[in-house]
Design a protein around this ligand. Structure first.
Ligand SMILES: Nc1ncnc2c1ncn2[C@@H]1O[C@H](COP(=O)(O)OP(=O)(O)OP(=O)(O)O)[C@@H](O)[C@H]1O
Length: 311
């Protein structure tokens, strides 16, 4: 078996006495696009900064391309492309000057790929960074990290604030980059549609802990939806549904999201609704949102207690 490109073991990071990353055991396999999801403050950027050697763990270990992340050699760093949150570029430089600066730090540089990505984003080499739109700055940042042809690409919220056309360009560039199966991508994002388009695997961080780590297919297969028609709901019957993720009130009943649906689950749903439940299509985004809402305590369980009390 090929070693994972990124591996952490019991990784923890505190800021003061606040645990931000907690006992993280993760493995990022080679040749795949892994999306890291989580609500604001879940610890995604902190984890990435530890992986990139910019922050030391409080406890535990992080290994990237076979080396300890906090003591990475320049040669290993040269195999990694890292796009920071916010696309920082020196505003007074031209795109061409940014490229010269970046190129000096890497052994290889694919100038035709660099120009191709600029073209995709409608950027000219002679433009000054300060004159570029946010989407164009993202395009330059992406071109700068991809031109050295990194084995591992780490992107922290690359589509933040981009319009749909720039987002599409970014997604297309990523898919193309990862298409030969030789490159590994770790992508932190909030954009679930983008994840569905580009990712092979999904990880979900909740309060610094890794709660989901699976393939996109297994995630999709593991979450099912049901529409239940009912004028009143017994909260005890609801709570007894195995694997219930979320229950959201709709005009004439509930939408339920459940994990790992079995015959037992279906029977419990039917008991709740007196046999008037129907499966509904759930998108990947629906599944993730239901999961995150529950973890944040915003799930409609609260509303359901109220529904029960109103009977
Ligand atoms: N240098 C620091 N000092 C103190 N607290 C910090 C520091 N860096 C991050 N934090 C805190 O750690 C928590 C997690 O931040 P982090 O940036 O890792 O989250 P995130 O999942 O990337 O969030 P977002 O989706 O908003 O980018 C936040 O509460 C943040 O305020």
């Amino acid at each position: 078996m090929i070693d994972p490109v990124i591996q952490t073991s019991r990784l923890c990071r505190y800021f003061g006495n606040r645990p931000i990353v907690r006992d993280l055991d993760m493995q990022i396999p080679a040749g795949q696009v892994t999306a890291m999801l989580g609500l604001n403050g879940a610890g995604k950027t902190t984890t990435i900064r530890i992986l990139m050697g910019l922050l030391r763990p409080t406890r535990g270990t992080a290994t990237v391309l076979g080396e300890d992340a906090s003591q990475m050699s320049p040669a290993t760093r040269g195999r990694i492309g890292y796009m920071v949150e916010g696309h920082f570029l020196f505003p007074s430089l031209t795109v061409d000057q940014c490229a010269s600066l970046q190129r000096a730090g890497y052994a290889s540089w694919d100038d035709s790929l660099f120009r191709q990505i600029l073209y995709h984003f409608g950027i000219h080499l002679g433009s000054r960074v300060s004159e570029l739109s946010r989407g164009q700055r993202a395009g330059v940042s992406l071109a700068l990290v991809l031109a050295p042809d990194p084995e591992l690409l780490v992107l922290d919220d690359p589509a933040l604030g981009l319009d749909p056309v720039s987002r599409r360009s970014l997604n297309e560039t990523l898919v193309e980059f990862a298409s030969n199966g030789q490159r590994t991508v770790l992508l932190s994002t909030h954009l679930l549609d983008d994840v569905e388009r580009v990712a092979d695997r999904v990880m979900v961080l909740v309060g610094g802990r890794l709660k989901v780590d699976t393939s996109m297919e297994d995630f999709a297969a593991g979450v099912s939806g049901f529409a239940v028609k009912a004028s009143s709901i017994d909260p005890n019957k609801l709570a007894a549904i195995p694997g219930l993720i979320e229950a959201r009130p709709i005009s004439d009943g509930l939408h339920l999201s459940v994990a790992n649906c079995t015959d037992e689950t279906r029977a419990a749903i039917d008991r709740l609704a007196g046999g008037t439940s129907e499966p509904i299509e759930l998108t990947f985004g629906d599944g993730v949102l239901a999961y995150l809402a529950r973890e944040r305590g915003e799930s409609s369980f609260l509303n359901l207690d109220r529904t029960g009390a109103e009977r």
